[in-house]
Ligand binder design. Sequence first.
Ligand code: ADP
Length: 276
Amino acid sequence: KTPNNIDSNIRLRRELITLKELIGGGQFGNVYKAIYHDVEKDERIAVAVKVCKTDAEPADTQLILQESSLMRNFRHSHIIQLIGVCVDHPMWLVLELAPHGELREYLQQEKDWLPLRTLTLFCSQICDSLVYLHSTRFVHRDIAARNVLVCSPQCVKLADFGLSRALDYDAVYTASRGKLPIKWLAPESVNYRQFSMASDVWMFGVCMWEIYSLGVKPWAGVTNSDVIMHIEQGSRPPCPEKCPSALYNFIRSKMWAIEPHKRPTVDQIYAGPFRK
Ligand code: ADP
């Protein structure tokens, strides 16, 4: 059955897309490099196509559609652009291609030469995308280096809107289902499943920590169930070797404040530590 609640202007004709090599695998299916023939402009452009698993649950299909109609609303130089969707089975999501792939892998591969200013540039670009998202009252809810893609050596983009949600009047969204990325989450997200712009700030702090750690995951060797105990006892991931200590202190004391209202907004972060 074809979902009919999708904006007709994001539908793409499948025959305009030629799949090429496999570039990744995700929760909902494989991702391929592909060529999209833009008939209006008569251009052929390289894109990424997420091919949704054929055995996907109807609920998952719904989530993917939700993700795609959300992404369609965003237009920002540091957010992966949704180009369109082929809705008939198997559903394809056609996305702007990030030729250099996942940020974590990129950091690990290039770690011997990447200068500090590039790490700071990447962090400020992600921050810029969050300023934009939060200005439209969107909470991403899954900010982590694994959801950042590299478009060029000087440009990263935020991807994966699978978990993001529009905020309701309470400005806090309570998640009711699904697996949560515990080691990235703010304490109120772990304890009460509350997500807000302030919990995005906590996660962005963890993502910055991963970037300055050159692709290391936080809390290595600690079990998910122990992380919240460490946090509540005042423990935080240690200062990465590459991270300037003033910036680390800012992340630790402000962005990782237990109380959400004590954390800075993304606008304050963008205007502050990156400009020094
Ligand atoms: P899921 O959300 O279903 O887990 P992802 O969106 O994380 O799937 O995609 C899986 C992998 O495919 C990513 O880790 C990345 O390597 C690759 N990928 C996804 N989107 C793109 C893109 N736009 N450009 C390049 N590679 C991509």
